[in-house]
Design a protein around this ligand. Structure first.
Ligand SMILES: [Zn+2]
Length: 233
């Protein structure tokens, strides 16, 4: 795949620059800026983009024709975002990122089966993408419907039943927490994100990358009203 070669070339160029430049230690008490291509830099780019979105100062970076042409030969997305299908949570807008920046996988309440996990593995395994963000959100309709069905023993038609089935584990975890009935949906949303992060960190293909420090998998939560994303580890 040509893209992998581009990554190698870029890494090589960076290494040459690093070797040529004298090492300058940051002043005491000041953290060094994260290195290009690291999970930390990817995370800081997402946080900066979300800050712009929250402040209503989104810049819509890199969405013009020149960038489109530049990317035609290959892609190097710096993060994978796994989020809900909810129309109010579009990752490129929420993180104020442009064309080629994010690889986005979306399913209802970020439920997943083997095919979905394969799509999530693709960026880190094939393109050296250093960050996976699992993004849950406030007032998730899929989780709300699933909680109602599970509580009342109802079955939804078609493959909607599969979504409910997949959300039973986070629902059970939320129930074990003994939260008030009015908090059950919110607790299930949080549990679903935690369980998805744990599953991806333990994934056969992703866990060696996590262990080597080449990949971080983090949970996040989007507030529909403020636009703010909070990250958790
Ligand atoms: Zn949702």
């Amino acid at each position: 795949m040509a893209v992998g070669r581009r990554s190698v070339l870029r890494t090589g160029a960076l290494a040459a620059v690093c070797l040529a430049a004298p090492a300058v230690a940051p002043p005491a008490g000041v953290a060094a800026p994260p290195e290009a291509g690291t999970p930390e830099l990817a995370l800081s780019r997402l946080k900066a983009g979300n800050d712009r979105w929250v402040a209503d100062r989104a810049t819509r970076p890199d969405v013009g024709a020149a960038r489109r042409v530049q990317l035609a030969g290959g892609q190097e997305p710096f993060a994978v975002v796994f989020s809900c299908i909810d129309s109010r949570v579009p990752p490129e807008l929420v993180f104020d990122q442009g064309l080629g920046d994010l690889m986005v996988v979306r399913t209802a309440a970020h439920t997943h089966d083997a095919l979905v996990v394969g799509s999530l593995e693709y960026g880190p395994a094939e393109l050296a993408t250093p960050l996976v963000v699992v993004l849950g959100h406030q007032n998730c309709g899929a989780v709300t419907a699933a909680v109602e069905c599970l509580r009342e023993g109802r079955r939804l038609p078609g493959h909607l039943a599969d979504i409910v089935h997949d959300l039973r584990r986070p629902y059970d975890e939320a129930r074990r927490q003994g939260v008030a009935p009015g908090q059950l949906v919110e607790a299930t949303i949080r549990a679903q994100t935690r369980q998805t992060v744990a599953a991806l960190r333990g994934d056969r293909l992703l866990s060696p990358l996590v262990a080597a420090g080449r990949l971080r998998v983090v949970g996040a939560y989007y507030r529909l009203d403020t636009g703010e994303v909070t990250f958790s580890d």
